[in-house]
Design a binder for this molecule. Structure first.
Ligand code: EPU
Length: 430
């Protein structure tokens, strides 16, 4: 199983680019099946979750073509199946996003019910309840969600909790419903806005994207559209933290700094100097050690849970003590035990981690458990003395495009190895 080997101790310097956002491209690719004409999606990152989504859409009967710039053309006219099977859903929970579009466009969806995952139980009850409110008959049969409706009808839906993919699923479903749907307590994430912009380009009528109330007036049909996916704010934040931890100075291009306010505020608190333009951002740490920061995760525009592991990693070597509180997912501290293997001083109390910054971390073999946890571990490896081997790198490949190349471009000593065992054997031989 492939692993990443990092030799720590280099301050990151230079420039690299930011890819399209994983959590925007997945719902956008799926939304294309609502249309009755082909769509063309640009700025698509080359990620495992994108490949899985393409495989899923292909199995439904859509035709997909990708060019060398990763522009994807999707023709939904051949869709003949309404089933998202267990084999795909178990590798990518975001497969649940086909539920709303399939019922809305084809009157029926059969989607394997996602189980729990490494960061929490992650139920989809709000997706299902919302679809029922739109008039679908929903049941669970043999591990599959079965949803049916000849045509959905608009409704007022008050979400019990803010859910990103829940909001996206219901917004997509409502675009083809009869009448008006109001979604209250909707997610306000930039990825929801990007999806709404794409749907509007296809002909949907949506107001309020980016606020907590969405108003969707159903239309009879949607066409195709051309859309460029917004830059990945979590990748941007991850590289900025990497630079801050290593005392470096970097510039990121093709970024969207205005989507990152809460993260940038915390980076300023660490002592980093930030500058930005419309599509770039730079961070200069001037060789200093970052100051520890306290963080509480919450839905957008507050501090994102997807940046929690990276800031946990930074606090391990920061000056002072930082407290990180995770309020979105109940089990998103799997990286803590791995960071402790590198010498981090962290105590977990309920949903908070108290992190006392240490002077040095020491490289060791460690294991990635989920996507953002693995990003946190790679960042720790960048500052740890000696070599860190991060196993199960397939988690990283789900959401970070060319991570070794990009970090390498910034001067990190990082490479992909065939396996942890092979890398350790190589060291003994030399
Ligand atoms: N929740 C429910 N019932 C539901 C839906 C959600 O109780 O029906 C709960 C969840 O268990 C969680 C909270 O609501 O405690 C928020 O979860 P949300 O539904 O917002 O998460 P998600 O839509 O499944 C997306 C991202 C995640 C990101 C979260 C939070 C995608 C494909 N995934 O997940 O991204 O962490 O929003 O911002 O957009 C990642 O990229 O690594 C990742 C996990």
């Amino acid at each position: 199983m492939a692993a990443i080997e990092i030799t720590g101790g280099t301050a990151l310097e230079g420039e690299t680019w930011i890819s399209g956002a994983k959590n925007a491209v997945l719902p956008i690719l799926v939304a294309s099946i609502l249309g009755d004409e082909p769509s063309r999606i640009g700025n698509v990152p080359h990620l495992r979750d994108v490949t899985t989504t393409m495989e899923l859409l292909g199995q439904l009967g859509a035709s997909l073509a990708v060019d060398e710039q990763m522009n994807i053309e999707i023709d939904p006219r051949g869709i003949h199946s309404c089933e998202a099977p267990y084999e795909l859903v178990k590798t990518m929970r975001a497969s649940i996003l086909v539920l709303g579009p399939l019922v809305a466009r084809h009157g029926r969806a059969v989607v394997s019910l996602p189980g729990g995952c490494a960061i929490g139980s992650r139920p989809v009850n709000l997706h299902l309840r919302g679809l029922e409110q739109l008039g679908a008959k929903v049941s669970v049969q043999n591990g599959n969600i079965v949803a049916e409706a000849p045509r959905l009808t608009g409704a007022r839906i008050v979400m019990d909790m803010v859910t990103v993919t829940g909001t996206e699923n219901l917004m997509m479903a409502a675009t083809l419903a009869k009448g008006t749907t109001i979604i209250e307590n909707a997610a306000q994430e930039p990825e929801v806005i990007d999806l709404a912009n794409y749907l509007k380009a296809m002909g949907a009528q949506i107001e309020g994207a980016g606020t907590h109330v969405l108003t969707i007036t159903g239309v009879e049909r949607l066409g195709g559209a051309e859309h460029r996916v917004l830059p990945d704010r979590i990748e941007t934040g991850t590289f900025l933290v990497a630079a801050a931890m290593t005392g470096g100075c970097i510039k990121l291009t093709n970024a969207a700094p205005h989507d990152l306010d809460a993260v940038l505020d915390k980076l300023s608190e660490t002592g980093a100097e930030l500058a930005s333009g419309a599509d770039w951002i730079s961070l200069d740490m001037k060789g200093q050690r970052p100051r520890a920061v306290d963080i509480t995760t919450s839905p957008y525009p507050a501090f994102p849970t997807d940046m929690q592991a990276q800031f946990t990693a930074m606090n391990t070597i920061a000056e002072g003590t930082g407290i990180i509180t995770e309020t979105v997912f109940e089990n998103r501290f799997m990286h803590v035990q791995e960071l402790q293997r590198l010498g981090a001083d962290i105590s977990l109390k309920g949903n908070s981690a108290v992190i006392r910054g240490v002077d040095v971390l020491h490289g060791a073999p460690i294991m990635a458990t989920d996507l953002r946890a693995s990003a946190g571990l790679v960042l720790a490896g960048l500052v740890a003395r000696g070599k860190t081997l991060v196993d199960r790198v397939y988690h990283i490949d789900r959401g970070y495009e060319l991570i070794e190349e990009k970090l390498g471009q910034l001067g990190a000593r990082i490479r992909r190895v065939e396996s942890v065992e092979a890398a350790l054997a190589e060291r003994t031989d030399s």
